[in-house]
Design a protein around this ligand. Structure first.
Ligand SMILES: Nc1ncnc2c1ncn2[C@@H]1O[C@H](COP(=O)(O)OP(=O)(O)OP(=O)(O)O)[C@@H](O)[C@H]1O
Length: 353
């Protein structure tokens, strides 16, 4: 029996609590894909049943893992669609193993940081919205499984649908097409994810999400130099990476490590952005250098990479991000928004985005 048939046989032993049938006969198992020891599939469910179905997903994952030769399993849940026919055909193996482009996507720009909490997601969201305002067709993939924040920042929620069982429909707001790994996995599960599962999920996000025709896909990476960064750079043609840092020494040391890694992976460095550069008091407009100022500019010079811009630390940037409409959308004429918009315009002018 092939691994695929053995996986299906095990999945047939699991009952769908909604229909009472086994989950394969009930048509819940979609996009089953076996590649070497890695098994991936989607459980297509009614979003109202998400809580009830989470144990089923976990059981299905465990059942697939019991099959001899299977090392890693990733099962995701997507919203149910009445029209979807079951799709259990194996996908053709990619002919090449080097970095691949993503269909319909002109450029992929990653946004990285060495350290967490330096504002990488805030910058990704604002840049995406600013590029959309410049008329670019923009996608934003939140690849930060450990702390997905783009659904909150762009004000979208709900589980993405999969109308054909093969592709996943992204969400859209503020002119940006968005998908987050956080919308597919629950956070408690994501924190224990390791290399192969992350790799599988990232590949699914890049290849199975219907991005449509995009001028640029921005990938908001997790902080640091881990599996997601490596997989993205090795499996996909990443046209450039933007490294975000605060001016503090600790953040800069980690940013330098990040730049070293991307250089080794042969990903071009688009430049660095200094975030929380100066603090502007929202009451009196007084400027203060809370984390020092100019540290990133000096580091960029030392590393011979461009400094793309400096974003002030301002309460409105945080409040607008937290409320689901980034500052470039809510207050496009403010000086804070202008800091992002200038970077976006420069990226367009340089042909980067
Ligand atoms: N320039 C800024 N001014 C004010 N607040 C900011 C600024 N940049 C980011 N923040 C706030 O700092 C917090 C961390 O930002 P964000 O989530 O973007 O960081 P991150 O680097 O993506 O973090 P993580 O590593 O956890 O993914 C958020 O509450 C955000 O609103």
């Amino acid at each position: 029996m092939s691994t695929r048939d053995a996986v299906l046989a095990n999945l047939r032993k699991i009952t769908d609590p909604v229909s009472g049938q086994d989950i394969v006969s009930a048509g819940l198992v979609r996009a089953l894909n076996v590649e070497g020891g890695t098994v991936r599939f989607v459980l297509e469910i009614d979003p109202k049943q998400a809580d009830k179905m989470e144990p089923v997903r976990a059981t299905a994952e465990a059942a697939a893992r019991e099959v001899a030769g299977v090392e890693t399993v990733s099962a995701m849940m997507t919203a149910h669609s009445e029209k979807a026919p079951p799709d259990l055909k194996p996908k053709p193996k990619p002919s090449q193993t080097g970095p691949q482009p993503v269909a319909g996507v002109d450029r992929i720009i990653a946004v990285a940081s060495g350290k967490g909490g330096v504002g990488k997601s805030t910058i990704s969201a604002n840049l995406a919205c600013a590029l959309a305002a410049e008329g670019r067709r923009v996608g934003l993939l939140d690849a930060d499984v450990y702390g997905p924040s783009q659904p909150r920042m762009l004000g979208v929620s709900g589980r993405p649908a999969s109308p054909d069982g093969k592709t996943i429909l992204p969400l859209r707001n503020h002119g940006v097409t968005m998908m987050s790994m956080g919308l597919m996995v629950n956070e408690a599960q994501a924190v224990v994810w390791r290399g192969p599962m992350l790799m599988g999920a990232l590949q699914q996000m890049m290849n199975q999400v219907q991005w449509g025709a995009l001028d640029v896909l921005i990938v908001d990476l997790p902080p640091g130099t881990g599996d997601v960064q490596m997989t993205l750079s090795q499996k996909f043609v990443v046209d450039g990476v933007i490294v975000v840092s605060t001016p503090q020494d600790v953040a800069l040391i980690d940013a330098r490590k990040g730049i070293d890694m991307f250089r080794q992976l042969k990903v071009p460095i688009v430049g660095m952005i200094e975030n929380m550069s100066t603090h502007i008091c929202s009451n009196c407009g007084h400027e203060e250098h809370v984390f020092g100022h100019g540290g990133v500019a000096a580091e960029a010079r030392a590393l011979d990479v461009p400094l793309l811009g400096e974003i002030p630390l301002h309460l409105d940037i945080r409040v607008t991000s937290d409320s689901g409409a980034p500052i470039v959308v809510t207050r496009p004429d403010s000086s804070q928004a202008e800091a992002f918009r200038r970077i976006a315009r420069d990226l367009v002018a340089q042909g980067q985005a």
